[in-house]
Design a protein around this ligand. Structure first.
Ligand code: FES
Length: 143
């Protein structure tokens, strides 16, 4: 039921770990399944020069965080902000419908980490435009 890409990023996740003195950290959890994802960013000149993650969660959440950190590395903050959970799922060659919400955690964690950085810089946090991030708490986790 999982694509080869998902299996690959699940069994051999990229960018696992923490960053010392990160520029921004985003932690999100899904209260339904209890899974937690934490993303660390190192930002230089408005660009993400390093991204790492720690995820205590299902295989789809681990594969999503691995792929998400790969996608945002080297991007500007504006570009990284636009990386949606759909983009993460597409890069993974698809997730089963009951597992799409796991990729939402990655998008939310990236947004939180970027805003953590912005607030530390004395900047206004950016606003979420996507409404799917609100209310996914009520979705079943499919576990
Ligand atoms: Fe909870 Fe995937 S994130 S089941």
């Amino acid at each position: 039921m999982y694509s080869e890409k998902v299996m690959d990023h699940f069994s051999n996740p990229r960018n696992v770990g923490e960053i010392d003195a990160p520029s921004g950290v985003g932690e999100v959890g899904n209260p339904v399944c209890g899974d937690i994802m934490k993303i660390f960013l190192k930002i230089e000149d408005n660009r993400i020069v390093d991204a790492k993650f720690k995820t205590f969660g299902c295989g789809a959440a681990i594969a999503s965080s691995s792929m998400a950190t790969e996608l945002i590395r080297g991007k500007t903050l504006e570009e990284a902000w636009e990386v949606s959970n759909k983009a993460v799922a597409e890069a993974l060659e698809g997730l089963p419908p009951v597992k799409m919400h796991c990729s939402v955690l990655a998008e939310e964690a990236i947004h939180k980490a970027i805003n953590d950085y912005r607030v530390q810089q004395g900047l206004e946090p950016w606003e979420e435009k996507n409404h799917h991030t609100h209310g996914h708490e009520e979705e079943s986790c499919g576990v």
